[in-house]
Design a protein around this ligand. Structure first.
Ligand code: PMV
Length: 339
């Protein structure tokens, strides 16, 4: 029994079965969790143990165009303009995700996907990829579904993708339903125009362990995992309150503590999982030194060696001076994605 496919069929039962258009296309922003999702209660449906909360990366993310092709024998995928071999994990993961929605079963797709972020460098390009894919499919087929339902579909590709359907702050509510019908993204109304993120790419290589695998090992072997849900509940409440009150210090402190706690859990797994590299630790110290000197700057880190700085617009110049190669992101500026 294919649970994700059955669920999707149920949801799409009153929606158009044949593509209504020749193609569908969409952009979805990447998102960075300020309060992390780390651990699944159901690994088939990507249902999380805890809720989580992210900020989207504005114009950074993925643009995907999907054409339905009658003449093709198998799907073809272009990644950033180049054909993608059907042997790559990227191709296989994308095609098996599309299999969940394929209707009629023999329809084939040409997928052109472009991302302006390094793939698999811990910058959540898979999250924006699955979200853009679902939005493009919705346009192709002419589904009339809410962004919440689309976020549930995206979640089946990768958990964090359910937070990439919106710009700004998004909470992924963990839900209670065993089928995950209530495990969805929800955009917060708050904006924070002066908030900035700095993407610090310390190692652009593809990581050698997926977050899926790392999550599984952590939840099943870390002695400390039992303390994680309680900690997340506390961090989530603090971060939501900080967003409400525009209390930058609490937002930064809590986000940084949450990321370090997630990495501490991984260190306590058997075998230990270490995404952090020496360049990462140097960057942590640089942030802490800047804080000692009075700058309001924090970081967060996902399942990779790169870090994301969290600061305010007024410190942009100082951040650019302190970190060469930092990419400054304005989460609430949605301008041209090719800028
Ligand atoms: O959605 P996944 O399976 O790529 O996992 C994402 C995990 C983290 O990025 C480390 C945390 C998060 O909430 O995004």
């Amino acid at each position: 029994m294919n649970r994700p496919k059955n669920l999707i069929e149920q949801i799409l039962k009153d929606q158009p079965k044949q593509p209504e258009q020749a193609s569908g296309s969409a952009f979805a922003p990447s998102n960075i969790a300020l309060c992390k999702y780390w651990g699944k209660r159901d690994s088939i449906l990507n249902l999380p143990v805890t809720s989580s909360l992210s900020i989207s990366l504005g114009k950074y993310g993925t643009f995907t165009k999907i054409n339905s092709e009658i003449s093709l024998k198998q799907d073809i995928v272009f990644l950033n303009g180049s054909p993608c071999s059907s042997e790559t994990p990227f191709f296989k993961r994308l095609v098996s995700f599309l299999d969940l929605f394929r209707n009629p079963q023999d329809i084939r797709f040409k997928i052109e996907t472009e991302t302006n972020l390094p793939i698999a460098a811990g910058l959540a390009s898979s999250a924006s990829g699955f979200a853009a894919c679902v939005k493009a499919l919705a346009e192709l087929y002419g589904w009339n579904l809410t962004p919440q339902i689309l976020s549930m579909f995206a979640r089946l590709g990768s958990g964090s993708a359910c937070r990439s359907l919106w710009h700004g702050f998004v909470e992924w509510e963990k839900g209670e339903d065993p089928n995950g019908m209530d495990s969805l993204g929800k955009m917060l109304d708050n904006t924070w125009e002066s908030l900035r993120l700095g993407l610090l790419i310390l190692d652009p290589q593809q990581k050698n362990q997926s977050s899926r695998e790392a999550m599984k090992i952590t939840t099943s072997t870390s002695e400390f995992y039992k303390s994680w849900p309680g900690l997340v509940e506390k961090h989530l409440a603090q971060i939501k309150r900080a967003i409400q009150d525009q209390d930058f210090q609490t937002l930064g402190e809590t986000s940084e503590a949450n990321a370090l706690a997630m990495h501490a859990l991984m260190l306590s797994a058997k075998p230990p999982i270490v995404f952090t590299q020496s360049a990462t630790i140097e960057a942590w110290h640089q942030v802490w030194n800047l804080r000692k000197q009075g700058m309001n700057i924090y970081f967060t880190q996902d399942a990779g060696p790169n870090i994301k700085l969290i600061f305010l617009a007024e410190d942009t110049e100082a951040v650019l001076n302190a970190f060469s190669n930092v990419i400054v992101v304005e989460p609430f500026f949605l301008g041209n994605r090719n800028d």
